[in-house]
Ligand binder design. Structure first.
Ligand code: ATP
Length: 467
């Protein structure tokens, strides 16, 4: 067993091997912003596709949609975001750097709480005054050792303007979550498809939050991809607790089976009454043990009919569902599983990271279905046309179905080590024996075992292992 990786190791591998780069790196970066490199873009796509397949295409009661980042500004007034989408903020009185007050308290608790009998304190339960009092009582300072200002509410919503003529611009918000695009399209989906309750709508897309806490890599960024579901049901027919349990099981299954993460790093945490949003009757977080501790990976909330009710009131449009049998008209209730693709990505990287001391290598033990490349094709020597030709044929056949890497640089050993670090499950080498007996060497990432395989069995071999 290897020890869990530090965040530094993950950040370093991610940059070194083209998974994640700091945004605007050559300009010195932009706080809480990251770009995904060639490997990262593939892994992100594979995770997004796995989510879509698991939660949308393989379920008869689910449909997907893709809504816009910029929506009618009233959407965010109705949803309550303009009024209440805030984080508590404190400022270092000397450097003027800003921090989330709850994060400052959490960090202080992690370091200092032992022996103070504060382990049971739930930071999420504290309101602004309580945070202020706590910071004062324990004389909590900023990370630079300076006094902190009183906590104030700070809006997470980014604003921008539309309209090209000066003076005629109007403020719009960059969406803070993808969920509202589902609610505002609820009636459109009802009227344009054959869905019947209970059913769900999933939406993947970019959301924006003006996050001030830095240093958590892609866990907390200004711009991030969300994958959210609203599962609509009739509260008189379906038991919300049962539905919630079913969705919780499904989320767990996705994390452990589709993303391949070890169960030991995951746990459920129920929100306390004080912490829970006012419109929610029950909320749970699925937390993962990231290198900086257990943190929210995914949330699930029973939001009742709060959102549809709000949009109905603000638009004056009837958003009710009509039961096809009884003709009963009502606003459905929802269960909302809301996750972030970047957090799935970071969890997957951390969980797959393996320092194989025995073989002196670092390996990303990604599930083959998630790996950026399913296989790599190596001609033993690039100056031997007869080997290169066969390798090219193999590459061209396999790449019709899979993303396959081509590498003819340096020694085979170095090529293996590179592919191990990006998680390629199989490496195929075409050598002189291939010319004689039409076999290739196939090397397994996790065991390093090498076997000879007839060329005509290659496609079948991969199919049974990476699909
Ligand atoms: P946190 O408490 O960590 O700020 P949250 O409770 O505000 O998260 P939700 O509003 O429930 O998060 O959003 C749903 C999901 O979106 C989260 O579970 C997370 O996976 C993802 N997410 C939220 N904020 C960010 C962010 N700034 N960067 C990356 N992913 C995020």
């Amino acid at each position: 067993m290897s020890t869990p990786p530090t965040l530094e190791k993950i950040v370093s591998l991610a940059k070194r091997r083209g998974f994640v780069y700091p945004t605007s790196d050559i300009y010195g970066g932009l706080a809480n912003s990251y770009d995904y490199g060639p490997m990262g873009a593939e892994l992100l796509k594979n995770i997004r596709d796995a989510w879509w397949k698991h939660f949308i295409t393989t379920k008869p009661d689910m449909v997907g949609l893709q809504s816009q980042i910029l929506q009618h500004p009233e959407t965010w007034v109705a949803s309550g975001h303009v009024e209440a989408f805030h984080d508590p903020l404190v400022e270092d009185k000397v450097t003027h750097k800003r921090y989330r007050a709850d994060h400052i308290i959490e960090n202080w608790l992690t370091k200092k709480a032992a022996g103070l009998n504060l382990e049971m304190l739930v930071v999420e339960d504290l309101d602004l005054e309580e945070m202020a009092a706590f910071i004062k009582k324990h004389n909590i300072l900023s990370p630079d050792g300076n006094e902190l200002s009183e906590p104030k509410q700070f809006s997470l919503l980014f604003e921008t303007e539309i309209g090209s003529v000066a003076g005629e611009k109007s403020t719009v918000y960059m969406r803070g979550e993808t969920a509202q695009g589902i609610f505002t399209n609820f009636k459109n989906v009802l009227d344009s498809t054959r869905v019947q309750l209970p059913f769900g709508i999933g939406n993947i897309g970019t959301s924006f939050r003006n996050e001030v806490t830095t240093g958590q890599f892609i866990f907390r960024t200004l711009e991030f991809e969300q994958a959210e579901i609203e599962y609509f049901f009739d509260p008189e027919k379906d038991d919300w607790q049962q539905l919630m349990d079913n969705w919780k099981k499904d989320m767990w299954e996705f994390a452990t089976q589709k993303l391949g993460v070890k169960e030991s790093g995951l746990k459920w945490r129920q929100h306390t009454d004080k912490e829970r949003s006012h419109y929610s009757l029950d909320t749970w977080d699925l937390d993962y043990e990231f290198p900086f501790g257990y943190k929210e990976l995914w949330g699930i909330a029973y939001r009742t009919d709060y959102d549809l009710k709000q949009h109905q009131e603000y638009t004056g449009k009837n958003l009710e569902y009509t039961d096809p049998k009884t003709q009963k008209k009502f606003l459905p209730h929802v269960i909302e599983p809301a996750g972030g693709i970047a957090r799935f990505f970071l969890m997957t990287l951390c969980d797959a990271y393996w320092e194989d001391k025995e073989n002196n290598r670092t390996v990303l033990k990604l599930k083959p279905s998630l790996a950026p490349y399913k296989a790599a094709v190596f001609p033993l020597a690039k100056n031997k046309p007869e080997l290169v030709k066969i390798a090219q044929n193999i590459f061209s056949t396999l790449s019709k179905k899979y993303h396959v890497a081509w590498d003819e640089r340096s020694s085979i050993g170095k090529r293996y080590l590179y592919q191990d670090e990006i998680g390629t499950p199989y490496c195929i080498t075409i050598d002189y024996e291939t010319l004689e007996d039409n076999t290739v060497t196939i090397r397994d990432r996790d065991t390093t075992e090498q076997t000879r395989l007839p060329l005509d069995q290659l496609a079948e071999y991969l199919k049974s292992r990476v699909d």
